[in-house]
Write a protein that binds this ligand. Structure first.
Ligand SMILES: NC(=O)c1ccc[n+]([C@@H]2O[C@H](COP(=O)([O-])OP(=O)(O)OC[C@H]3O[C@@H](n4cnc5c(N)ncnc54)[C@H](O)[C@@H]3O)[C@@H](O)[C@H]2O)c1
Length: 285
């Protein structure tokens, strides 16, 4: 198949009965050293999945390996900005562990600040990691999935892709692009039985959430964590930020539950879906 030709269905959809999500499938995870990525790895290891966990942060991967000490966990440093790093990792994962049946893109960076003073370098970095990274990894992984006509892809988006966000123009636009890229990829791959979906978290208790407030508008109240959580839950009307109707910050494991569901055979008929896991923060938008 040429790089530009659309995927051709080899069999009618209804005949394509083999689905991804078997318990011993190989799942490739990016951002595995992070809060949500780490929770996804934990949830996958709780099944019989083989997990190929990648991140640019080697120390975070070492910590992950210490936490789980499982023979089914394979770790590798990968920078999603680097095509060669991504391609080599995918080739090695398939050679050493087996055909990749699941992909979870859980990497990401956030830079906050006014759109009026947006720096070129920061804009490019955020988009290169958050959108370019998803494209590079998905392109490398789904090539094999397309040949085997089997697989499932989940991109971790953000509810910031659905509603405009004060102070987050680079991040929110990059997540909107990553979401739309994943859905477009899904249109090409669905005829081959490969399901591409998005999980869009709202405020989730990870380093990214506390970091966002540190660079944006650090609350003066004692105890950053408590202040961050209170402001996120209540909303910030002066910045047009809605609150969280369910009244709590998500735990990374709750996001991981949505991811493992979308990878599983129970989600066999879900494709091109954006599953918002944000306690209702986007008010159904
Ligand atoms: N935490 C939240 O409130 C929240 C809300 C909505 C969406 N998200 C999304 O969830 C995903 C996971 O975020 P998190 O909250 O776990 O944050 P996190 O900062 O804990 O984890 C992000 C991980 O991505 C990795 N990473 C960054 N640049 C990379 C690169 N170039 N190559 C490979 N890996 C790289 C980091 O090393 C880190 O381990 C991100 O896509 C983020 O945008 C998070």
């Amino acid at each position: 198949m040429s790089a530009h030709s659309p995927a051709q269905p080899a069999t009618p959809n209804a005949e394509n009965t083999e689905d991804s999500g078997d318990r011993d499938d190989v799942v490739f995870v990016t951002g595995a050293g992070g809060g949500i990525g780490g929770a996804v790895v934990g949830a996958l290891l709780a099944t019989d999945a083989q997990v190929y966990a990648t991140d640019v942060d080697g120390d975070a991967l070492d910590e992950l390996a210490r936490q789980h000490s499982s023979e089914r966990l394979h770790t590798r440093i990968v920078d999603v900005r680097d095509t060669a790093s991504v391609e080599t990792a995918v080739t090695q994962a398939e050679a050493e562990v087996g055909p990749i049946a699941g992909l979870v893109c859980a990497h990401g960076i956030l830079r906050a600040g006014s759109a009026l003073s947006q720096l070129d370098e920061e804009w490019q970095l955020v988009h290169d990691v958050n959108v370019g990274g998803v494209m590079r990894v998905a392109r490398a992984v789904t090539r094999g999935m397309a040949a085997r006509q089997r697989g499932a892809v989940v991109t971790i988006g953000s509810n910031a892709a659905a509603v405009a966000r004060d102070g987050l123009s680079a991040y929110a636009s990059s997540k909107a692009a990553a979401r739309h890229y994943t859905l477009c990829l899904g249109v090409e791959l669905a005829p081959l039985g490969i399901r591409c979906n998005v999980v869009s978290p709202g405020s989730t208790d990870t380093a990214m959430l506390s970091g966002a407030w540190e660079t944006r508008d650090r609350p003066t109240e004692a105890g950053l964590e408590g202040a961050v959580n209170r402001r996120a839950i209540a909303g910030t009307p002066e910045a047009f930020w809605p609150g969280i109707p369910l009244g709590r910050i998500a735990q990374p494991e709750w996001i991981a539950d949505a991811v493992t569901f979308l990878l599983s055979p129970q989600a066999r008929h879900l494709a091109l879906h954006d599953l918002r896991v944000d306690g209702g923060a986007t008010l159904g938008a």
